[in-house]
Ligand binder design. Structure first.
Ligand SMILES: NC(=O)c1ccc[n+]([C@@H]2O[C@H](COP(=O)([O-])OP(=O)(O)OC[C@H]3O[C@@H](n4cnc5c(N)ncnc54)[C@H](OP(=O)(O)O)[C@@H]3O)[C@@H](O)[C@H]2O)c1
Length: 322
């Protein structure tokens, strides 16, 4: 394991995370969980598997479950739901012990299509019930299909086939339109949040409606993948100074920043040492000043695509049946 240092008891006054977005998290629990707006409990930290190749997914998820992760975030479009399900079955853990989160892709939007997409995802995962099902992107170019898909999620929730429903990459203006035309307030909005792009306006809109913000690319992964972005959160001097002060790694500092700010995190890694490092974030506390210094790194420039540019023409690939 590459994490540095031990329990940082000297700076342990914040037993409960400051709730800047309306969500509280008891960070003294061994596996802190958020209570979603419908009462369902979700472990605050999970393993993300975007860009984890199918052939590496069983090993990564198995290792995460072995060392104590109890939450995995996948998506129909990641092409690895089957392998996530295989790792879950091989873990020997009871189904109820692991929180499974997945997302429907835009090519499956529309009411009937989304109901069928649930069957595809559940079949690949090998489960009867999904803990949290999200719409991966709003399709603003065809909002009726987005609404139809969300209404299908509402049906699945009412039938008990999913325990909670939510959205991803939904900006405040789109959230208002969605809330106007649907009944169930999303439990989660999964959006790009890392020190270089933290979308405070989106977090505020989520909080106003009791929606938990979940950070994708929580350690800035989207900026590591893109060759045209020169700065890396992992080598940022401010984050480096804070990490050194706590004898932790930059990734651990970023993940702790999210948790103390009341956000769920789903860091991705295929490397056992990093999977362990990323989960070892409960033995130290960042000061208010350190949290504010990280907040101040926001550039307002997103690493991922603008959600408005996601259309069936640009990103509408088919999700296979099996
Ligand atoms: N809803 C959406 O539109 C959306 C978009 C993107 C991502 N997501 C979700 O969010 C999850 C996380 O986002 P992400 O994968 O983009 O980015 P991330 O978790 O911020 O970063 C992942 C990258 O950082 C590396 N890494 C992981 N731990 C590290 C550590 N401790 N030190 C140094 N490098 C480390 C990984 O490489 P190795 O694997 O080689 O360790 C990978 O290249 C995804 O897996 C997915 O579940 C959702």
């Amino acid at each position: 394991m590459t994490r540095k240092g031990g329990t940082d008891s000297a700076s342990h006054p914040g037993r409960t995370a400051p709730s800047v977005n309306g969500m509280t998290l008891d960070l003294t629990e061994p596996l802190p969980s958020f209570t979603l707006n419908n009462g369902v409990r979700m472990p605050a930290l999970g393993l993300g598997v975007f860009q984890t190749p199918p052939e590496e997914t069983v090993a990564a998820v198995s290792e995460a479950l072995r060392i104590g992760y109890r939450h995995v975030d996948t998506a129909a479009s990641y092409g690895n739901e089957r392998e996530v399900g295989q790792a879950l079955r091989e873990s020997g853990l009871d189904r109820s012990e692991v929180f499974l989160e997945t997302k429907l892709w835009i090519s499956d939007y529309g009411y009937d299509e989304a109901l069928h997409a649930f069957e595809k995802s559940a079949g690949k995962l090998g489960v009867d019930q999904i803990d949290l099902l999200l719409l991966h992107q709003p399709l603003t170019s065809d909002f009726e299909r987005t609404i139809g898909a969300y209404q299908a999620l509402e049906t699945l929730l009412a039938e008990g086939k999913v325990r909670a429903i939510g959205v991803s990459n939904v900006m405040p203006d789109v959230l208002v339109r969605l809330l106007d035309e649907t009944t169930v307030v999303p439990a989660v909005n999964q959006i790009e949040v890392h020190p270089y792009f933290s979308q405070p306006d989106v977090q505020e809109a989520d909080a106003e409606h009791g929606i938990l913000t979940q950070a994708w690319s929580p350690i800035g992964g989207i900026t590591h993948y893109r060759g045209d972005i020169e700065r890396s959160t992992l080598t940022d001097p401010v984050i480096g100074q804070i990490a050194a002060a706590h004898e932790r790694t930059p990734a651990q500092v970023m993940l702790r920043w999210h948790l103390q700010r009341g956000r769920s995190v789903i860091p991705k890694s295929v490397r056992p040492e990093r999977i362990a490092e990323n989960a070892d974030v409960f033995g130290f506390t960042l000061s208010d000043e350190e949290l504010a210094r990280i907040d101040a790194l926001d550039t307002g420039v997103r690493g991922g695509p603008d959600p408005d540019t996601i259309t069936l023409e640009t990103f509408g690939r088919e999700i296979p049946e099996a």
